[in-house]
Design a protein around this ligand. Structure first.
Ligand SMILES: NC(=O)c1ccc[n+]([C@@H]2O[C@H](COP(=O)([O-])OP(=O)(O)OC[C@H]3O[C@@H](n4cnc5c(N)ncnc54)[C@H](OP(=O)(O)O)[C@@H]3O)[C@@H](O)[C@H]2O)c1
Length: 262
């Protein structure tokens, strides 16, 4: 399970300062597929029965929405130059992005967060100091920023509209001619949509501290282990936001714990 419903220490139910984590409390896991409504419902039922409420929701599940063929993975580099810079075309030649993958990418990285939030919100609202952290990415794109950058005019309908428009363009094989990113287009759109959605949520639910965070460029499966930071190093920032003291920030996108734009 990647989206972890983390139970706050029962010894410290509503303290104001940094929370203590009860190390001796055994971890309990429950499987979750954020794309499967039955799986989300099952997690909800499990948390309700086990704990009654929910203090922290970290939406971490993510897929890249593209495949790099096996033979070209050796010595692969996925830096800025390859993804959006001078070597964009070279990467494009070995990157396969088909509609089904794009749909699954938006389904997981954006709609998955929406499903989880919709189901779990009532339990978060029962908490005295709820935290919601969306693990996002700095990998965004000009067109997505243009369409979703007007913070004051953002609505959930607007974000859905942009996502649907992107998927329509992918289905019609038009993403590049319509100005969408060349490489990892679905991933970039999904994370831009997630950042926008985070802002909307933060404005809608002021009683919950809601933020998005980019963990950095981390060596994991999602980038074929091309990243730089270790999982341990990069897990720190989402954890800081999840354990933030009461009265902390909301509606902010962090990159390496610095406030970032989109
Ligand atoms: N690595 C980076 O450089 C980087 C940079 C910026 C942002 N991020 C974000 O960090 C998050 C974690 O990614 P990662 O780097 O740790 O990659 P990862 O090792 O590939 O982990 C992704 C995780 O998401 C889970 N997942 C995928 N689809 C799911 C679904 N439908 N329901 C529930 N879980 C699902 C996977 O579970 P299974 O193993 O069971 O498939 C996997 O454990 C992602 O949101 C990613 O976009 C990563």
């Amino acid at each position: 399970m990647q989206d972890q419903a983390t139970k706050r220490s029962s010894r410290n139910p509503s303290s104001g300062g940094m929370r203590s984590v009860a190390i001796s409390t055994p971890y309990i896991f429950h499987q979750l597929d954020v794309m499967d409504p039955a799986s989300v419902a099952s997690l909800l039922d499990f948390i309700k029965k086990q704990f009654g409420n929910l203090d922290i929701l970290v939406n971490n599940a993510g897929v890249i929405g593209a495949i790099i063929v096996q033979e070209t993975r050796e010595n692969l580099k996925l830096g800025i130059d390859e993804v959006v810079g001078s070597k964009t075309k070279m990467l494009k030649e070995i990157l396969k992005e088909v509609y089904e993958q794009s749909e699954a990418c938006l389904g997981t990285n954006y709609y998955g967060v929406k499903h989880a939030k919709k189901a779990l919100l009532p339990l978060l609202q029962k908490s005295n100091s709820a935290r919601l952290v969306n693990v996002s990415s700095l990998m965004s794109h000009e067109r997505a920023k243009e369409e979703l950058g007007d913070v004051n005019g953002l609505t959930e309908e607007k974000v859905d509209e942009v996502v649907k428009g992107f998927l329509k363009d992918v289905k019609e094989c038009l993403p590049e001619s319509k100005g969408w990113p060349t490489n990892f287009s679905a991933y970039m759109v999904s994370k831009a949509a997630l950042n926008a959605y985070t802002r909307i949520l933060a404005n809608t639910y002021p009683n919950i501290a809601i933020n998005a965070v980019c963990p950095g460029f981390v060596k994991t499966d999602i980038n074929y282990n091309c990243g730089i930071a270790t999982v341990e190093e990069s897990a720190k920032d989402p954890v800081i936001l999840a354990l933030m003291p009461d009265g902390g920030t909301s509606d902010i996108f962090y990159s390496c714990m610095e406030v970032s734009t989109f």
